[in-house]
Design a protein around this ligand. Sequence first.
Ligand code: SAM
Length: 520
Amino acid sequence: MNSTDKPRRAQGKRPEPGRQEHARGGARSGQRDRHAPAPARDQDAAARQAEGGAYVSRPYVMAAVRIDQVRTVLGEILQWKFPADAVLSRWLRAHPKLGARDRGEVAEAVFDVLRHLRRYRQFAESGSGPAARRLAILGLASVFDKAVLDTGLSDTEQHWLEHVQRIDVKSLSRAVRDSLPDWLDERLAKLEAADSLIAALNKSAPLDVRINPLKGDRDEMLKLLRSGPAARYDPQPTPYSPWGIRMQGRPPVNRWPMFEKGEIEVQDEGSQILAALVAPKRGEMVIDYCAGAGGKTLLLGALMRSTGRLYAFDVSAARLARAKPRFARSGLSNIVPVVINADNDQRVKRLRGKAHRVLVDAPCSGLGTLRRNPDLKWRQHPESLQELQDMQASILRQAARCVAPGGRLVYATCSVLPEENEDQISAFLADNPDFTLLDASNIVADRCKNLTLQGPYLSMRPDLHGTDGFFAAVMERAKAADPEKPAAQAKEAPARPADAPEPPQDAPEEALDADMDAQA
Ligand SMILES: C[S@@+](CC[C@H](N)C(=O)[O-])C[C@H]1O[C@@H](n2cnc3c(N)ncnc32)[C@H](O)[C@@H]1O
């Protein structure tokens, strides 16, 4: 197994002590011939549990059932029709009687296989029986202790597992060892300290939450979390973001009262830092051009202290609909969600040259989030990457037109590939000489005291910063007139100085019309 997985196994990924005792007892006593079918009573129990019924205390039933469950979920995911987390969530919803531990074990084994798929597929070429079962066994080997897993395996399978676990992974090529498709291995290899980046992307991530600065303070929230059931997830302040709290394991945050009250939201620290980089001020007009389910919008709105106007644009009505309950929980009243067209949207046109800040959190390969979405390695390919690059350039071009003279455009992705990051910025700046690149480290220095950046970009990596891979660039539009507009019109829409009085607050829907009509 991957040496990096070992500490995780030792840190409580094991079954409950009671179950372990059963496992040891069963394994030691050797009462069952593993080539023989399970006794009828236990087959019934296995069937009941596969249906999501009550947990059966026989360990070999548990391991056998778990192997089948993981194999079933993987069978669907490996068709690559839907994202892995969507398939898994659907399967879990269809098995409501499974306990939290059971769900956790299935999820962990499935994600382990997706992380190590290429290597595991190579291992699964040896041995006998269905390859999908061997993948499930390899995934579960990272979750269960050997003694527990062995109870669900035939002798042949045990020997095969022992054999592949003895293979020195250093003897494998990097693409196989670290389970990357060749095209991605080639691209990642060109990055600085590629090995450490790839190793970090292949680990699972802790969970970051963010406090809602409108509703509370991080120290108080930490105290509250540490004094209740959340203490077992070891809540710690995130190192860079002043709003972040990091927890280990899989805390069921969305069932906690502080989540329901809008006091915390789930958000990776990198995304939190992005809001600090946008640095919106009270009373400004800000556009979150690719708002999606509103993760970044929420923090931007809170940093604006719920004043000014914050447009949440997206082409996907479904994604914006998912943002609405979050907006409601947050207590923000300055957000105006708008479903836009990808091209030539009239409402976007009418906001030309008006916004103080425009954030483009662009659709991207997501390859910086492999810790959470390991299936993206297998779902992306060079052609999809090219399509994304074209889309990113087009969105950036359109969003840039909304930036007021003197205003800022922030472009971000959760990718680590230069094609989606630095190269996009260089091309944009070459075509848009009225924009200048600003130094990200100066902008975030105020809020993110410990963060030292090299170069003008915000470039976060799991191996260096403990966040997802994340990129952002800030560009400022020249204060002079917008070259695309008649001089007189551009003068009518200057960026409002940060210390100017706040404009009156209309209802969001009216605000949209008012802002657009002001220059129509
Ligand atoms: C990376 S996601 C945004 C995530 C979001 N900012 C958040 O924090 O939750 C990219 C979003 O861009 C949207 N999108 C794709 N094409 C677009 C376009 N032409 N204009 C605006 N949004 C677009 C997608 O629907 C998707 O929601």
